[in-house]
Design a protein around this ligand. Structure first.
Ligand SMILES: [Zn+2]
Length: 266
């Protein structure tokens, strides 16, 4: 393949070939260095640090769009519930005592709620308003999100990817962190685990809220609203189990409280 349109013997062309050789050598060396990168090993500290950075980035984006914490009363209610549940989590999950828990709200229309590793929560205000959540229902939502963090679900997802797709062991943690939320192939592969994690978060969240003193009837009401707001409550979505299934499980815990504790997923 001809790269440069010039006589091979001319000085300028030789210097170009020399440049090409230098570039190719540099690329080859870079590739070799890439292959020498030590396999990715995850630690909770690294995962928490990465999550905190992504959380701050997200908050800055929301702030710039004037979507962050626009309802001071709701934020206060959410923080009150978090503080109460956090105190219980410190007893039930001692490792969480050192965490910097945080909760913020967003009015971005499609925002629901999520938790990041190390206890960083974001709640979609529009949906919470639509559901007209009581104090206890809001506590159930927050407890569910907290449970995702307490059960180290992010770490479980990363470990699943590294186990099932070993090529990811040669990539950086930052790339993996982005990919689990944006790579369609990985999202699809992670879906069954994600649904299982949702059921675990329901159960651990329920137990946390009950132990923090919230009444079971109010917590169950959250799941009732989940069914009521769902278009097709008997069908699971791409990421979540069927709302009717989640409600049926919660109803069981309300009737027989020991059931939520007996097989609590820890
Ligand atoms: Zn969840």
């Amino acid at each position: 393949m001809q790269i440069f349109k010039c006589p091979r013997t001319s000085l300028i062309c030789l210097s170009r070939w020399a440049l090409v050789f230098v570039l190719f050598s540099a690329q080859a060396q870079e590739k070799q260095e890439d292959q020498q990168v030590p396999p990715l090993v995850l630690s909770p500290a690294q995962i928490h640090q990465g999550a905190a950075a992504l959380y701050q980035k997200r908050l800055a984006e929301l702030d710039a769009a004037h979507w962050l914490d626009t309802d001071a009363d709701f934020l206060l209610k959410a923080r009150r519930a978090l503080a109460r549940l956090q105190a219980q989590a410190a007893l039930d999950f001692p490792e969480s005592r050192a965490w910097q828990w945080d909760v913020h709200t967003s009015v971005e229309p499609l925002e629901t709620a999520y938790a990041m590793a190390g206890g960083k929560l974001l709640i979609g205000l529009e949906q919470a308003r639509l559901w007209n959540l009581s104090e206890t229902e809001l506590a159930m939502l927050i407890a569910h999100e907290m449970a995702h963090a307490l059960l180290a679900h992010n770490q479980e997802e990363y470990e699943f990817v590294l186990d099932q797709f070993p090529e990811w062991r040669l990539r950086s943690f930052a790339e993996l962190e982005q990919a689990v939320d944006h790579d369609e192939h990985l999202i699809k592969a992670l879906a069954p685990l994600g649904k299982e994690q949702e059921l675990q978060a329901d159960q651990a969240g329920w137990r946390l809220a009950v132990r923090a003193g919230y009444p079971a009837a109010g917590l169950l009401s959250f799941f009732k609203k989940l069914v009521k707001q769902a278009g097709y409550p008997n069908f699971e979505s791409a990421s979540h189990p069927a709302p009717a299934q989640r409600y049926a499980r919660a109803r069981q815990w309300a009737i027989a409280p020991d059931d939520s504790a007996a097989s609590n997923a820890r």
